[in-house]
Each structure stands twice: as C-alpha cells, then as structure tokens.
Design a protein around this ligand. Structure first.
Ligand code: SF4
Length: 334
C-alpha cells in the first residue's frame, strides 16, 4: 500500500484512531477583481493532511498569510471546507449540518490570539466562562457558578474576580479567562490560534506552561498555530510547517530543530534567536514576502524565495516524502 501523508501522520501520532484526522483539506475563497472583474480564487488551504493523537500537540507554523488560521477555522467548521475531510474520533464531520454538529462543538474549542477582543466587554468574566455551559444546557444557576469557580482555580485566577469585567485584567489574565472558557465543556481538542503572540515574552511562558499542565492532567489535544517556531518548540510534540496553503514539512520536534529537511523550515529557524552569543547562526535568512495566494508560483510554491532553486522546481510540484522515520518533506532535492 502506498502510504498517504495522512496515513503516515496518523501512524506517527502513535494512536490507532487519532482524535483528529484532516485529509486533503482545501479552502478556496472566491475574490473579484474590479467592478466587472473576473472571479478568481484565493487558495488559502490547498490540500493539507495531518492527524493529532490524544494528549498530543501538533504545532502548525508558517508566516502570516500561509493559511494556518484558515485550517484551524475549517476544522472547527467556522468556515466551510471546499474539499477534503475532517474526522473527529473516527466520525466524519465535514458536511454535518448545524444540529448534527452540536455535540462535536462541545469537543472542539478555540483559544484566540487577542484575548481582549474575544471577550465581551459588557459581561462579567464569570458569565463569559459560564456562557458555553448555559448555551449547551449543561448547567445553570449555582451549579454553573460552582463549575466556573472550579475553572477559575484550574487556570490560576482568583474566584473573587468572577464578578469583574475584562478591562480590569492584564493580557495574560485575559488569556487565562479565554482558556477557562475553552475548558468549560470538557473538550477533546483545542485549536490554539496564536494564543501568546499578543503577550509579553515572560507572560507567554506562563500561558504555555499552563496549557501544558492542562494537557497532562486532562489528556487534551492541541493544534497550536503560530508564526514563530521558537514559541511552538516548547509545547509541540510534532510540527507541521505551512507555506502558501500547503504543508512543506512535518516531523517530530527534535528533527525540525536539529536537522530541518525543507529550505523553508531552515529559513524559519534562522529567524529564531540563539541565546548564546558565541554560537553563530549559519542558516540563511528568508528573503522577500510571501507571494499572493491568488496566483501562487508554479511548481514548488517556495521557488521564488528558495536559495537552492533548480529548473525542475519551477514546473513540478514536490510531494511530501518520508526522508527519515517520521520526517516528511516536500522538496525535489531531498
Ligand atoms: Fe527549493 Fe526546489 Fe526544494 Fe522547492 S523543491 S524547496 S524550490 S529546492
């Protein structure tokens, strides 16, 4: 049997039936050029496959505009996928209607990048955290209040603050409120969409440590989306690197950081600061901007920025291939 990327990913996750399996997912957005202009497609996500096991974190990294947040939103069915499939604990949820999706909405939650704009400023934070419980008719009144108090304890917030409003909290505390809200329904999988990018570095570490503690205690699975490889290093078990709507490399964390297989991964690593001034970073920095996803470069999408480009790269799309156990790379030269 020819191993497809998603089969390989599922096997790498170490679970016979992973919590999440995404297979050949595509999301294209129609756009119009000018008033009478022809309709074109933004290929935000162009055939992405991966799997996440129970208690596992998959880091999804790439520059802004590479489609990683669109992947997260499509998995949650906040936007409709164009093609491909999404399975949660073995059940295909790709085309489920609103009613059929309801039980799965409890199992899939999201933590947003901006903890301030994602919290309703007119609600107390206790009400914000309890809202999913009331919406799903799981608790009301004192039972809801007691559950919210437990969640506050769990994320390191004081119960006395349940009656306060979002503007009375710091950025890190607001992100803890967002995490408590995501935990309210005992989800299986949380999409963490750049959850620490808006926070100071010292606070970032606290929030990441909290997410790791919660994962250990509750066997949570995370899809951790970030533009910064240094941020995903600490929390991820495996990492998928995205470029212009496609995964160009996925591998265990150690492989990504010690022997990256794709020139784009190499370039992202060169942007990660090295804490020791005696160590010289010898990898090549990334030049130029990400090309438009409306007209992505032919062949390998990365060929316009790749320092190793050869003629073949401009006409032939490289497929993901396993270049070492558990390390999959889409590059003609590997
Ligand atoms: Fe660079 Fe070619 Fe490999 Fe693409 S296929 S990453 S352009 S060497």
């Amino acid at each position: 049997m020819i191993e497809t990327p998603v089969n390989a990913q599922a096997a790498d996750s170490g679970f016979a039936e992973p919590v999440l399996v995404v297979d050949a997912l595509k999301k294209h957005f129609p756009v119009k050029r000018g008033f009478f202009g022809a309709s074109e497609q933004v290929m935000a996500v162009d055939g992405v496959s991966f799997a996440i096991g129970e208690g596992e974190t998959l880091g999804l990294v790439g520059e802004s505009g590479c489609g990683k947040s669109t992947v997260g939103r499509a998995i949650l069915r906040l936007i409709e996928p164009t093609e491909g499939s999404i399975r949660i604990a073995g059940r295909d949820i790709t085309r489920l209607g609103n009613r059929e999706m309801r039980p799965f909405r409890r199992e899939l939650q999201i933590i947003f990048q901006d903890p301030f704009s994602s919290l309703n400023p007119r609600m107390t934070v206790g009400d914000i955290v309890g809202e999913p419980l009331r919406t799903h008719h799981l608790a009301s009144g004192r039972a809801c209040e007691a559950r919210v108090a437990q969640l506050f304890d769990r994320v390191g917030l004081a119960r006395a603050q349940m009656g306060s409003y979002p503007h009375q909290f710091s950025g890190g505390q607001r992100q803890r409120i967002g995490i408590a809200r995501a935990l309210a329904l005992n989800p299986k999988l949380i999409v963490c969409d750049e959850p620490v990018s808006a926070l100071d570095v010292s606070i970032q570490a606290q929030v990441i440590n909290l997410l790791m503690d919660l994962q250990r205690d509750l066997r949570l699975s995370y899809l951790f989306i970030s533009h910064n490889l240094a941020v995903v290093e600490h929390i991820s078990h495996r990492i998928a690197v995205m470029y212009l709507g496609r995964i160009v490399e996925y591998a265990g964390k150690a492989a990504i950081f010690t022997r990256p297989g794709h020139p784009y991964t190499e370039a992202l690593l060169s942007a990660v600061p090295v804490p020791d001034p005696k160590i010289k970073n010898t990898t090549r920095a990334l030049q130029g901007d990400v090309p438009s996803p409306v007209h992505p470069p032919s062949g390998c999408h990365f060929h316009t920025r790749c320092p190793y480009v050869v003629d073949r790269c401009k006409v032939e799309t490289p497929l993901l291939r396993e270049i070492a156990p558990g390390q999959h790379v889409a590059c003609h030269l590997r």
